[in-house]
Ligand binder design. Structure first.
Ligand SMILES: Cc1cc2nc3c(=O)[nH]c(=O)nc-3n(C[C@H](O)[C@H](O)[C@H](O)COP(=O)(O)OP(=O)(O)OC[C@H]3O[C@@H](n4cnc5c(N)ncnc54)[C@H](O)[C@@H]3O)c2cc1C
Length: 391
């Protein structure tokens, strides 16, 4: 579907945007509603996105991808969300593969990246969060103990999205007890687990029903033996590796939020023009049109921050502040737009067939995950403004 661009909307990567829109046209609201109703994974959509090479957009050409810059990934995810779809089903591959690319050995890159790019291997699971440590990542309790040419993993992850729909999992575990390290950020390591090899042999995955259809799970490791070659980079440096991937994650998810916000603004504008109450379009009322205009202005501002963060990332900077601000402002903008949209639709906003309530639930996630707003504010206060560390 060709859509008229409103003033100030992005004009980057138009060919990619058009290709994504065409693909998403085959996955209308009915498709996503049916999946949502039974918590089913959108396998057909993810398969087509993979076949079209869109999920491998950021993988370098030498490893079978398109070697496109981060802003192309942003454009892809933004358009999926704007179409009414949910890129949360598969977005992780775009940023988790960066850990292998930056820190993996040549052999690991050759083994995994081309297979991920072709869709032969799915890298959709990212295990960091644990039930007891929460946002305090260095307090995580999952351990990986070296035993000859293996590591033995014990512990538990929670909220591990898509573990049942992924072959590989990027896992953060402690390899040196915290008491034996100089800094609590040391002694954590990253592993690339081939879950097909360990399913039922120390690895248990349980679905975690949630407000949104995000294929969330709890993952249990019980003396799970993995080859020592699963280690990515150096032992003990895992926290740094995960941090180095977070800017891309934040920026890509911010782009999804911008897509959500544009979805809500598109729908609210259409509805406000069409819906007649008291013999006139509800959009003639400033009480209806101003919130739409305000959501639009806030979305445009957030989109500029996302573009700035992506631009800096592509220029080789480590734009931690911009990536965090982009994610926070975009998540706020999408939530404001969601609220505005459901209100604009009156009672029909609650009717499943309009897709508003589903998208409203889905976009709410991004004020909490992958990092909650408070933690972004704490980061800005401490690292940008020089205020005392608050935790
Ligand atoms: C649907 C879904 C999918 C997810 N997918 C994944 C995944 O694939 N992989 C993964 O590893 N994780 C995943 N997560 C986890 C997600 O990243 C965390 O839920 C999120 O980072 C918040 O952590 P927490 O839930 O432990 O909250 P907590 O850390 O327990 O925090 C609870 C609240 O307290 C606030 N808070 C905590 N400390 C402070 C402080 N010092 N100052 C101010 N406020 C504070 C937080 O901001 C938050 O609002 C997912 C979560 C959800 C809901």
């Amino acid at each position: 579907m060709t859509r008229e661009r409103a003033a100030g909307e992005p004009d980057d990567h138009q060919d990619i945007r058009e290709a994504v829109r065409r693909l998403c046209d085959g996955y209308p609201g009915t498709y996503w509603r049916e999946k949502d109703a039974v918590d089913a994974y959108p396998s057909e959509f993810v398969a087509e996105l993979t076949q079209a090479g869109l999920l491998a957009a950021l993988i370098p050409e030498e490893f079978g991808g398109s070697g496109l810059p981060l802003s192309a990934g942003c454009a892809i995810l933004e358009e999926i969300q704007r179409s009414g779809g949910n890129g949360g089903a598969c977005h992780a591959q775009m940023y988790t593969m960066g850990t292998i690319l930056r820190h993996g050995t040549d052999e690991q890159k050759q083994t995994y990246l081309p297979a991920i790019a072709s869709g032969d291997l799915r890298l959709q699971a990212f295990g960091v969060t644990e039930p007891t440590s929460g946002t305090d990542t260095t307090a995580l309790r999952t351990t990986a103990r070296r035993d000859g040419d293996r590591y033995i993993v014990n512990g538990q992850k929670v909220w591990t999205s898509r573990a049942e729909h992924s072959d590989l999992m990027l896992l953060l575990a402690r390899t040196t007890p915290k008491e034996e390290t100089q800094k609590k950020t040391e002694g954590l390591s990253v592993f690339l687990i081939d879950m097909r090899e360990v399913a039922g042999k120390g690895l248990t995955i349980r679905p975690l029903p949630a407000m949104v259809n995000h294929a969330a799970t709890e993952v249990f490791f019980d003396d799970m033996a993995i080859p020592a070659s699963s280690l990515i980079g150096e032992e003990g440096k895992g926290f740094r590796y995960i941090l180095s991937g977070m800017n891309a994650e934040r920026i890509l998810i911010a782009a999804e939020c911008i897509g959500d916000a544009r979805f809500f603004i598109d729908r609210a504008t259409d509805y406000a023009n069409e819906r007649t109450v008291f013999n006139r379009a509800i959009g003639e009322n400033q009480g209806i049109q101003f919130p739409i205009a305000l959501a639009y202005a806030h979305t445009q501002a957030a989109a500029l921050m996302v573009a700035d963060a992506a631009h800096r990332y592509e220029a080789g900077e480590q734009p931690g502040a911009q990536a965090n601000m982009a994610k926070m402002l975009a998540a706020d903008a999408s939530w404001e737009a969601a609220e505005m949209c459901i209100q604009t639709h009156g009672g029909f906003g609650f009717a499943r067939e309009y897709d508003i309530e589903r998208k409203w639930r889905e976009t709410r996630l991004y004020r909490t995950a992958p990092i909650s707003t408070n933690l972004i504010l704490a980061f800005l206060a401490e690292h940008v403004l020089g205020l005392p560390r608050s935790y």
